[in-house]
Design a protein around this ligand. Structure first.
Ligand code: IVH
Length: 672
C-alpha cells in the first residue's frame, strides 16, 4: 500500500512540477487550472494520510509553513555583488571603451553583450544541493543575508527540485523576486479597502512580503522570480557564454526574462535601450534600467572585479518612476457611482518620461495615511499604464505655508449629503442621478468605446448637454435633434449630423455591451459578458434575484446585490424601457451551454480580408471563445493575417497553434 502511495505521490509531484514549468518558464500551460487544482488536492490528501511521505520540497508546501520567530543568517558561498551605474549613452560608451582597453581589443571590433531588463525587486540567492532547493536568502550586506527559505518555497515560479539533469552537486542561483504591477495594484486596492498595509511601490511590496515571519502570508502575495546568474558552483558549468548559462537555468526550471537578448557592440546596446524604454510601460512589471553583461565567460574572468562590482557588467538606469514635487491643491471629483476621489494638483514634474501635473489620492483615508498637506513636497509615482499616484511625503512645508486638506462635508457638485458605508473606503455622494457629476459620468460611460461606442460624444460635449438641460439621462440622447446640437459651442452642422448618425448607429449593439453601458456598480465588461451568456436576454436579468445572480460565473454577493439593487430602482427600469422603446437592439445571445469554442482564448493579429478584426472577434465570442488582446501563457490559438508582428512571433516562440484567414473561416464554419 505504502509503496503504491509513494509512487503516486512521486508521480503527482512530477506532474505538478511539469505543469509549473510549462506555466512559469515556457509560458505555455497545457492543462486548465481546475485540473491542476485537482492534482494538488490529491497530493495533499495522500501526504495527509502518509505523513512519512511529506517533504519540504513537495509542491504542496507552497501554501507556507508555521511562523518563525526570527530569520537565521546565511553566509553566501560567493558574495552577492552590486553593479556600477551608467546614466547616459556616453557613460555606456566609456564602459565599452574601458573593456576594449582591458581586453586589448581593436577599437573597431565589437564586444558581445547580453542585455537584460534590470528588474526592480529584491535580489535573492537560492542554493540547490543535488537538485533540491535547500536554502534561500536575501542579499543582506552581500556577504551574508537572511534565511527566507520557507518564504521562497511559497513562490510557484521557484523550482523546488530541478528538472533535466545533469546539474552541479551544489550551486547558488541568483535572481530577482518581484511583484507584477497588476498584482501590486490589486493587493494595494484591497489593503486600502480593508485598512491593511499599503506599499509605496512593487519593490517595497516584494521586500515586505519576503520578510514575513509567517510564510503563509508570503504565500498570499503575488510574487514571482526571474533568475539571472549563478553564484557559487561546485565543479565546472561547461558553458562558454552567459547566454548559454541562462538557457541552462531555463532547462533546469528557472524562469528567465523573455526580453533578454544577445547584442553585439555598443550601438546594438543603445538600440536595445531605446526599444526597451519604449516598451517599459507595457511590460507589466517595474524595471529601473538595463543590465549589460559581457557574454563571453572567459572574458568575464579576464576582466574580474573592482571592490564590490564586476568590471564586466553595468546597469544603465532609466528615468526614475518616482519624483518629488509640490502639492499645489487638492480637488474632489465625483465619479459615476458617486465615489468622491481626491485629486492632487501638482507642480508639473517629469516622471519616467511623462509630465505629471495631477495624481490620485484614492480616498479620504489615504490622505490621512499619507499625512500630507497642501504646500508640502510629495513623492509621485507613475508606472505602467496606471494613473499617477501620490505615495508619500518628502518634506512638509513650513507651518505658515501649510494648508490642511479638508475633505468636503457635502457633494462638491450637487451638495447632497455624503455617506460612507461601513467597511468601505469610498465616501459617496448620495445624490444619484440628481447629481450632475454622476449624470455626466454615467453618460460618458454609456457612450464610451467598450459600451455603446458613440463616436464624437466627448466630455466637453456632455458637459454642455447636461448643463443646458438638453440631456438628463442616457435615454435622452436618442431624442436629440439636429437644431439642438447645431447651436452648441464648437459644433458645426457637419459634426452635429455625424454625432446624430453615431447615436443612431449605436442602437445596433450587443447584449453584453448594453449591460456594461448601464454602468451598474462593479459590473465591468467581463461580468457583463457572463451575465449576457447566463441569462441570454435582458428581461430575465432584470428580474433575477440576488441568489439567482450568484449562479453566474464571477458574480459574488457584493456584485449580485449591486445588480439586484440597480434593477429594483424604478428610475433605472424606466430608463432601460425607454432605451429599448427607442430602438436599441441586439442579436440573440447563444447561451453558455456547449458552445464549440468554450474555454478557449484566442488572439487576433494582423489584417483580415473578408471581415474586420472586430467582426471576427464578435463571431468567435459568439462561439464561446474569449478573445484576448495579447499572447500569453493562456492563449489557445492565434489567428494571424498579413502584417502580424510581435504577437505572431510570441505565439511561435511559445509553440501556440497559428491559423491564417482560411483557417479562421474554417473554424467559424465548423468549430474545432
Ligand atoms: S546581475 C554580478 N542582472 O541589480 C552582477 N542584477 O545593482 C550581479 N538586478 O542586486 C547582478 N536585474 O538585485 C543582475 N538582470 C539582472 C538584474 C539585476 C536586477 C539587481 C540585483 C542586484 C542589483 C545590482
Amino acid at each position: 500500500m505504502t509503496d503504491q502511495a509513494r509512487n503516486e505521490v512521486e508521480q503527482l509531484r512530477s506532474q505538478l512540477e511539469e505543469h509549473n514549468y510549462r506555466y512559469y518558464v515556457l509560458d505555455a500551460p497545457s492543462i486548465p487550472d481546475a485540473e491542476y487544482d485537482r492534482l494538488m488536492r490529491r497530493l495533499q490528501e495522500l501526504e495527509a494520510q502518509h505523513p512519512d511521505l511529506q517533504s519540504p520540497n513537495s509542491p504542496s508546501q507552497r501554501v507556507g509553513a508555521p511562523p518563525l520567530d526570527h530569520f537565521a543568517t546565511v553566509q553566501h558561498r560567493t558574495p552577492m555583488l552590486s553593479l556600477d551605474n551608467a546614466f547616459s549613452d556616453e557613460d555606456l560608451a566609456d564602459f565599452d571603451r574601458r573593456l576594449h582597453d582591458r581586453l586589448k581589443l581593436n577599437p573597431e571590433s565589437a564586444i558581445d553583450y547580453v542585455a537584460e531588463p534590470k528588474l526592480d525587486g529584491v535580489a535573492v540567492s537560492l542554493t540547490y544541493a543535488d537538485g533540491e532547493l535547500i536554502t534561500a536568502s536575501t542579499r543582506g550586506d552581500g556577504v551574508s543575508g537572511e534565511d527566507i527559505t520557507v518564504n521562497i518555497r511559497t513562490l510557484a515560479s521557484v523550482p523546488l527540485r530541478l528538472r533535466q539533469p545533469p546539474w552541479p552537486a551544489l550551486m547558488e542561483v541568483r535572481g530577482e523576486v518581484y511583484m507584477p504591477q497588476a498584482g501590486f495594484e490589486r493587493y494595494n486596492a484591497q489593503a486600502r479597502e480593508q485598512g491593511g498595509k499599503v506599499f509605496a511601490n512593487p519593490r517595497n511590496a516584494a521586500a515586505g512580503s519576503l520578510r514575513q515571519l509567517d510564510s503563509r502570508m508570503t504565500a498570499q502575495r503575488p510574487l514571482a522570480l526571474y533568475a539571472y546568474a549563478i553564484g557559487f558552483v561546485e565543479g565546472r558549468l561547461d558553458c562558454e557564454t552567459h547566454f548559454a548559462m541562462l538557457q541552462r537555468l531555463k532547462s533546469w526550471g528557472f524562469p528567465v526574462n523573455a526580453k533578454v537578448r544577445q547584442v553585439r557592440g555598443l550601438s546594438a546596446c543603445l538600440d536595445y535601450y531605446r526599444a526597451l524604454e519604449a516598451e517599459r510601460d507595457s511590460l507589466g512589471y517595474d524595471i529601473d534600467g538595463i543590465v549589460y553583461k559581457v557574454d563571453n565567460l572567459q572574458q568575464q574572468v579576464q576582466l574580474g572585479f573592482v571592490s564590490r562590482a564586476p568590471r564586466w557588467a553595468i546597469a544603465r538606469k532609466f528615468p526614475a518612476q518616482e519624483q518629488i514635487t509640490r502639492l499645489l491643491d487638492v480637488e474632489f471629483q465625483v465619479g459615476r457611482t458617486g465615489a468622491i476621489t481626491p485629486v492632487a494638483r501638482l507642480e508639473p514634474v517629469q516622471v519616467a518620461g511623462v509630465t505629471v501635473s495631477n495624481a490620485t489620492l484614492h480616498n479620504k483615508d489615504e490622505i490621512a495615511r499619507l499625512g500630507i498637506a497642501i504646500g508640502d513636497r510629495v513623492i509621485v509615482r507613475r508606472a505602467g499604464d496606471v494613473i499617477p499616484q501620490v505615495i508619500g511625503s518628502a518634506e512638509p512645508a513650513a507651518d505658515s505655508l501649510r494648508q490642511p486638506i479638508i475633505f468636503p462635508s457635502e457633494c462638491p457638485v450637487c451638495q447632497s449629503p455624503l455617506e460612507q458605508i461601513e467597511g468601505e473606503a469610498a465616501v459617496r455622494c448620495t445624490g444619484g442621478l440628481i447629481c450632475a457629476a454622476q449624470r455626466k459620468e454615467s453618460i460618458w460611460h454609456f457612450a464610451s468605446r467598450k459600451a455603446m461606442d458613440i463616436d464624437g460624444l466627448g466630455e466637453k460635449l456632455i458637459d454642455q448637454l447636461v448643463d443646458l438641460g438638453l440631456v438628463d439621462n442616457v435615454a435622452d440622447l436618442y431624442a436629440l435633434q439636429l437644431e439642438q446640437l447645431a447651436g452648441l459651442e464648437r459644433m458645426a452642422e457637419k459634426s452635429a449630423t455625424n454625432l446624430l448618425q453615431a447615436i443612431e448607429n449605436s442602437k445596433q449593439t450587443t447584449l453584453p455591451r448594453f449591460i456594461y453601458a448601464l454602468g451598474i456598480r462593479e459590473v465591468g465588461e467581463a461580468t457583463a459578458k457572463n451575465l449576457a451568456l447566463h441569462f441570454g436576454d435582458l428581461p430575465p436579468l432584470m428580474d433575477a434575484s440576488a441568489e439567482g445572480l450568484l449562479a453566474v460565473p464571477d458574480v459574488g454577493p457584493v456584485v449580485a446585490a449591486h445588480i439586484a439593487d440597480f434593477f429594483a430602482n424604478p428610475g433605472n427600469r424606466e430608463r432601460v424601457d425607454r432605451l429599448i422603446a427607442q430602438g436599441i437592439q441586439w442579436p440573440a445571445v447563444q447561451r453558455a451551454a456547449n458552445l464549440p469554442l468554450q474555454g478557449m482564448t484566442l488572439v487576433l493579429t494582423g489584417s483580415l480580408e473578408s471581415m474586420t478584426r472586430e467582426e471576427a472577434a464578435a463571431k468567435l465570442e459568439a462561439m464561446g471563445a474569449k478573445v484576448a488582446g495579447s499572447v500569453s501563457a493562456k492563449t489557445s490559438l492565434v489567428i494571424a493575417g498579413p502584417g502580424a508582428g510581435s504577437k505572431l512571433a510570441k505565439a511561435e516562440a511559445l509553440g501556440i497553434e497559428v491559423l491564417d484567414e482560411p483557417g479562421l473561416l474554417r473554424l467559424l464554419e465548423q468549430g474545432l
